[in-house]
Design a protein. Structure first.
Length: 339
């Protein structure tokens, strides 16, 4: 895929994945013309600009704005070739207590991004989803499912416009802002206990680099309308706590509003449209403008069995206490000393 002379914009670009994408793109595609970081947090933009001074990184631009503000998006998208939509309100319990705000950002903002892309002739768009959008039981998941549908459906109204919209869905990003691992590490260092919501709780696990690789794969290979799902290991929340603080108490405090015991990324109902691509699964749109036979041939795609599902509690691959410790040292806190 050509990046030389191209412009790429990341909404929510000051978040964990946005920063990882920025590092990857500047390292691997230094011939990019512009890399635009679009977000609403001026303090995070100020801090990120210290990491990427214009003297050393003349390609980078910082653009303050909110995805709720369509005119601002249209202005930011002018001359942009590729968009990665990572902006979202993401905390499950906060969305439960502030539903209107979550809807404005995650649904209204998604539609604004779609509309702005059409108005400015963006070529390719990748939107970030979440495992919580699959069979959602909380508002956050429901808004992200709606967002997924908006981006996928946008391919049906593009006419002769060559733009391609796709979605990537993955599990908890190890060490990202708001995730459980930094929370546990902070409490461990403070000599506090590690509260467990439920001893049976499981989650999918992906590294920041894994998330970056998946976004770049979708940006390069999507034909339009695919929802990509990675093949990931699961972990038990109790094993995470044991890996970080084997000498700490682990009281069970109960699940928070909107939490699941296990996460799904593909439901049995999705199986009728799901194909195995090797590293990833792809849930294909019910209607599309390209040849399914050609798609299967190009990617050696194999249809999954009817009734197939992908659930963190029924996974075939699991992290252990030992592998979690190694991953935490590698991806989260290399200096952390485990007891």
């Amino acid at each position: 895929m050509e990046f030389k002379g191209k412009s790429l914009l990341i909404t929510g670009g000051t978040g964990s994945l946005g920063k990882a994408l920025t590092s990857h793109i500047l390292r691997e595609h230094s011939d990019i013309r512009r890399l635009i970081i679009f977000s609403r947090d001026e303090q995070k933009q100020f801090q990120m600009a210290q990491e990427y001074p214009v003297e050393s990184y003349p390609q980078i631009r910082f653009f303050i704005g909110d995805v709720r503000d369509k005119p601002r998006l249209v202005r930011a998208f002018k001359g942009v070739d590729y968009v990665i939509h990572a902006a979202a309100m993401k905390h499950v319990h906060l969305a439960e207590y502030n539903p209107e705000e979550c809807i404005k950002t995650n649904i209204g903002g998604a539609q604004n991004v779609v509309d702005a892309c059409f108005e400015t002739n963006v070529e390719r768009v990748v939107a970030l989803s979440t495992d919580k959008a699959c069979a959602p039981i909380n508002l956050y998941g429901a808004t992200k499912l709606t967002s997924d549908k908006l981006f996928i459906a946008a391919n049906n109204i593009k006419g002769d416009n060559p733009i391609r919209f796709s979605v990537v869905r993955y599990g908890n990003v190890m060490g990202s802002n708001g995730s459980v691992i930094p929370f546990f590490i902070k409490r461990k260092k403070a000599g506090q206990d590690l509260p467990i919501t439920d001893e049976n709780m499981t989650r999918f696990n992906i590294s920041l680099q894994g998330g970056v690789d998946m976004v770049m794969h979708a940006l390069k290979h999507a034909w339009g309308g695919e929802l990509f799902v990675p093949k990931l290991p699961s972990y038990k929340i109790l094993d995470v706590a044991e890996a970080i603080g084997p000498d700490r108490d682990k009281p069970v405090v109960g699940i928070r509003p909107g939490e699941k015991i296990h996460e799904e990324m593909i439901t049995p109902s999705d199986s009728f449209y799901t194909y195995d691509l090797g590293t990833y699964f792809a849930i294909l749109p019910a209607t599309h403008k390209w040849s399914l036979d050609e798609f299967k041939k190009t990617f050696n795609a194999k249809k999954v069995p009817a009734g197939f599902s992908y659930n963190s509690g029924d996974n075939d691959e699991w992290e252990t206490v030992e592998t979690l410790r190694s991953l935490i040292k590698e991806h989260v806190d290399a200096s952390f000393a485990f007891s």
